[in-house]
Design a binder for this molecule. Structure first.
Ligand code: NAP
Ligand code: ZN
Length: 346
């Protein structure tokens, strides 16, 4: 049993505090990881605040994890001590259902085991990456390419794969006009990845405050959604839109920007419904879709893609006592563009 130090929260409006949690003894296929960095995803905030329903506290969030392997179980073949590795939003799945067999473990028919706020196969609650150590079965551990620093690798494990997967699935590439709605943690990764895939990228942000950054990340156009003319100007333009907004927006206004057969994929996960008018879809055979993170194989593919194309998130490294402030800034859309906790400061 390893005792890990962690930052935990005890309720929706409580401050983070340092605590100790237990990590299980290594089972045959387990990997013990010393965590170096953990990203702060807006999903951590939704969960900690109970936006998506009740959770058990104390809660240790964190599903953008990068670190070094320090020990492995007796039958582990893929990793050894010293390896640079990552863990994303899930730590296990049934492995035998149709979806797991296809490498889409995130859609496991038994339900995947989330990295935190879940229950593992031993019946124990899972606790996430705002902690010094984690034990994960080797099939859910990712290899971080040598040319990606561990600090910038962390956000790829959620923000990276959550945007790469729908861009890949809906064939973002040369000749495709892609719009990214909301340029926060996920959004800025979507811009970089869609650009690297060869698509023509447009950002739709609330204001033009981050325009210079957006163009630098690879967008060719940048519009403010607070300007009503934006929606008139761009009507019927995009083949693919990735909505990363964490709040409920007028989704029908955004659907009107899709071209014939265009698809708007929601990855943003507000707690309130987004009412869709069927006449936003019918006239141009449009689709409104959702997408959740990505499978393990695709996550490794995304890491290798980012290494090949020199793609990394823009991060602000913080110490463990700054998590509460960071949450406030994320909620105010004042993050540029991902907070990453230096775990050595716990
Ligand atoms: P984030 O860094 O806070 O980015 C969200 C962006 O949405 C903000 O930067 C802002 O962009 C825009 N926004 C925020 N409030 C808005 C409002 N009221 N109206 C219009 N735009 C608004 O969050 P994130 O970490 O990227 O996560 C985004 C969402 O994706 C969250 O809901 C999270 O839970 C969800 N998520 C889903 C998955 C999945 O598997 N589907 C995985 C990870 C995260 P601008 O400043 O550019 O307007
Ligand atoms: Zn996340």
């Amino acid at each position: 049993m390893v005792i890990a130090k962690a930052r935990a929260v005890d309720g929706p409006n409580k401050a983070f505090h340092t605590t100790e949690i237990q990590r299980r003894d290594l089972d045959t296929h387990d990997v013990l990881i010393e965590i170096k960095y953990a990203g702060i995803c807006h999903s951590d905030i939704h969960t900690a605040h109970g936006d998506w329903g009740e959770v058990n506290y104390p809660l240790v969030p964190g599903h953008e994890i990068a670190g070094i392997v320090t020990n492995v179980g007796p039958e582990v073949t893929s990793y050894k001590a010293g390896d640079r590795v990552g863990v994303g939003c899930m730590v296990d799945s049934c492995g035998v259902c149709k979806n797991c067999q296809q490498g889409e473990e995130q859609y496991c028919l038994e339900g995947n085991v989330p990295t935190y706020a879940g229950v593992d196969k031993y019946g124990e609650p899972t606790q996430g990456g705002y902690s010094t150590h984690i034990v994960v079965t080797e099939d859910f551990v990712l290899r971080i390419p040598d040319n990606i620093g561990l600090d910038v690798a962390a956000p790829l494990l959620c923000a990276g794969i959550t945007t790469y997967s729908p861009l890949n699935h809906w064939n973002a590439g040369p000749g495709k006009k892609v719009a990214v709605v909301g340029m926060g943690g996920l959004g800025h990764m979507a811009v970089k990845i869609a650009n690297a895939m060869g698509a023509e990228v447009t950002v739709l942000s609330q204001t033009l405050n981050k325009q210079e950054d957006g163009l630098q990340f690879g967008a060719v156009n940048y519009f403010a959604t607070s300007d009503a003319q934006t929606f008139e100007k761009l009507s019927g333009t995009f083949d693919l839109m990735i909505n990363t907004v964490s709040a409920d927006i007028d989704i029908n206004a955004y659907l009107s920007l899709l071209t014939l057969d265009g698809t708007l994929v929601n990855v943003g996960a507000p707690s309130q419904p987004l009412p869709v008018h069927v006449f936003s879809l019918i006239p141009h055979r449009r689709s409104f879709a959702g997408s959740m993170i990505g499978g393990i194989r695709e996550t490794q593919e995304m890491l290798d893609f980012c290494a090949k194309h020199d793609i990394a998130p823009n991060i602000e490294v913080i110490s463990a006592d700054q998590i509460d402030d960071a949450y406030e800034r994320v909620m105010a859309s004042k993050v540029k563009y991902r907070f990453v906790i230096d775990i050595s400061t716990i």
